[in-house]
Structure formats: structure tokens, C-alpha cells
Write a protein that binds this ligand. Structure first.
Ligand code: SAM
Length: 301
């Protein structure tokens, strides 16, 4: 059977003009107009024949066209900005029965109900024929990928279908045309066998001071009174050189740090709930109160 091709359509540039779709820089919108580039991005997703695809933030539809030319079964478009809906409808009419448009926010959209149940595969099996593709602004793709990593760990959200693959572009700067494309396939076995929230806390803390030695970030996992002693203990347990910078740490380093932190949390059940920012805020409140009391005493004198 011949592969599906979209019929002749106005170009993405013409659609932008037709619907007056100026990119809103404050929303970090920037559009990919070169179909060779969008084809290249979509190729990174692998074979899309008969695939069920969710495209996040299709905008004027450059990547959308490349996906539709890939002979897919179903394409779900989730776009937040109303201005793009008429242009996307035009694409939908050019590929009858394949496209479903959702005007909504991908951060709240429930993808677990979007595709037919029969697509579900066991986690240990090959990935299902379900893909997520998108070119989103950094401000959205960063929280989104963290949320999806948690979903991977819980096997919920887009991962109720199994090890759903994601192909996402990460824009460096708004004005830069250069984008990096990252393709993710969840592993059957995670490299770090600890709860997501624990891994997230360790990684976030270490990267809190990204230009300093990694020991600085490890320190903030512990209350001030025992900070130096406990952070040294954790680094020693994990066998990590405290003078490495966060970006020099490998996955194995992070695994060892998470395992060491887990051991320490098991020994001290209050440790995991400790929050560095909260301690700082509390200290500030106490200082402010002390200051107020002191000035009241001075007033009375
Ligand atoms: N994919 C198009 C392209 O490559 O030309 C547009 C890319 S533009 C950088 C990002 C798109 O994501 C915009 O269309 C914007 O409206 C949409 N967007 C931003 N935040 C979103 C969100 N939370 N949910 C859905 N779409 C979003």
C-alpha cells in the first residue's frame, strides 16, 4: 500500500501569515519552518508506521506535517495557544480521521486516557507503538520532563501503555534556531533503584550549586548542626570525590550518592523530611523576631 502523503497545502510560513501567528517571544515561542529540519527531528523518533503519536505544542504545525507524512495511525495534538487551532484544523482536514486536536495545557493533560487500551504492552516487553514528540520552550520542557521521569518511575501517565518513547527538542535560547533533539526510551530496570522523590532530592541538591564542588550541594541535605560531619560521611559511603563538580558526576556516582543517602535516611527517620530552604526561612524569621524584640526593648528604655 502506498505511504500516506499530505495533499498540497499552504506552507508553514503561509499559514503563519494567513492566521497572523506572530511568535510571542514572552512565551518563548519560536517556529521551525524548514521541513527538512522537522523531518530530521521526527526521524529521531524511529519508525512511526501505524504509530499513535502525541505532539506537544504543535504551534503552526511544521513538525506536525513531518509526523503526518510518516504513515502514522493516530495523531493527538495538544496546544495551549488558541491562535494555532484554525491552522491545525486545516492540517487535520488534510489527513481525515487521523488527527485529534486538544486545546489545552500539556502540564495538566491526562495522556493515560488518550490512546486505545489495546496498545498497552508489559513494561518488560518492547516499547508500545506510542510516541511523544514535541518542540517546547525550555520553561515548559524542563518541568514536563521531570514530571514524565516520575511517571516513568511509577509507570503511570503516558507510561500506562508501557515504555512509551519520547522525542523532545530542547531550545537553548529563544532566538537560536539550533535545537538539540533528545530521544528517550525508558529502561526496563532503572539504573538507580531508589524512590523517585529521593533521587530527585539528591540530584536537585547537588545541582543547587552547579559551579561549586559537589560537596557543597550534598551538605544541604543535612541540618546545619550536623552538616559537615554527615555530608562527609555520605560522600565517603558513596566513594565520591568531594571536589568533583556536579556536571562531572556520572550516573554511577549519583547511584552511589542516592544509595548512601537512603542508608542514612533509614538510620535517621527524620532526615528525609529535612528541607534546607525551610531551615533558612525559619532562621530568617527568628532573626527578624529577635530584631523586633530588641527594638521594642530599646523603645521602652
Ligand atoms: N512545535 C512548533 C514548532 O516547532 O514550530 C512550535 C514550537 S514553540 C517553541 C512551542 C509551542 O508550544 C507553542 O505553540 C506554544 O503555544 C506551545 N506550548 C507552550 N506551552 C504549552 C503547554 N503548556 N501545553 C501545550 N502547548 C504549549
Amino acid at each position: 500500500m502506498a505511504a500516506f502523503r499530505l495533499p498540497p497545502l499552504p506552507t508553514v510560513r503561509e499559514i503563519i501569515k494567513l492566521f497572523n501567528l506572530r511568535a510571542q517571544k514572552q512565551l518563548s515561542q519560536n517556529f521551525l519552518l524548514d521541513l527538512r529540519l522537522t523531518d530530521k527531528i521526527v526521524r529521531q523518533a524511529g519508525k512511526l508506521k501505524d504509530a499513535h503519536v502525541c505532539e506537544v505544542g504543535p504551534g503552526p504545525g511544521g513538525i506536525t506535517r513531518s509526523i503526518l507524512n510518516g504513515d502514522i495511525a493516530q495523531l493527538l495534538l495538544v496546544e495551549k495557544d488558541t491562535r494555532f487551532i484554525p491552522g491545525l484544523q486545516m492540517l487535520s482536514e488534510a489527513a481525515p480521521g487521523k488527527v485529534h486536536i486538544v486545546h489545552g495545557d500539556i502540564l495538566t493533560y491526562k495522556m493515560e486516557r488518550a490512546f486505545p487500551k489495546h496498545l498497552q504492552k508489559k513494561w518488560e516487553d518492547d516499547p508500545p507503538n506510542v510516541h511523544i514528540i514535541g518542540n517546547l520552550p525550555f520553561s515548559v520542557s524542563t518541568p514536563l520532563i521531570i514530571r514524565w521521569l516520575e511517571n516513568v518511575s511509577n509507570r503511570d501517565g503516558p507510561f500506562v501503555y508501557g515504555r512509551t518513547q519520547m522525542t523532545l527538542t530542547f531550545q537553548k535560547e529563544v532566538a537560536e534556531v539550533d535545537v538539540s533533539v533528545v530521544h528517550f526510551t525508558p529502561l526496563v530496570q532503572p539504573k538507580i533503584q531508589q524512590p523517585f522523590k529521593l533521587v530527585e532530592k539528591v540530584v536537585k541538591s547537588v545541582f543547587q550549586f552547579r559551579r561549586k564542588y559537589c560537596c557543597r550541594g550534598v551538605e544541604i541535605l543535612f541540618p546545619e548542626a550536623e552538616r559537615l560531619e554527615k555530608s562527609e560521611q555520605m560522600l565517603m559511603l558513596a566513594d565520591v570525590d568531594p571536589t568533583l563538580r556536579p556536571a562531572q558526576l556520572s550516573i554511577l556516582h549519583f547511584k552511589n550518592l542516592c544509595d548512601a543517602y537512603r542508608k542514612m535516611c533509614d538510620e535517621d527517620t527524620n532526615l528525609f523530611s529535612y528541607n534546607y530552604r525551610e531551615e533558612l526561612k525559619q532562621k530568617k524569621r527568628i532573626r527578624k523576631k529577635g530584631h523586633l524584640e530588641q527594638s521594642e526593648q530599646e523603645d521602652q528604655l
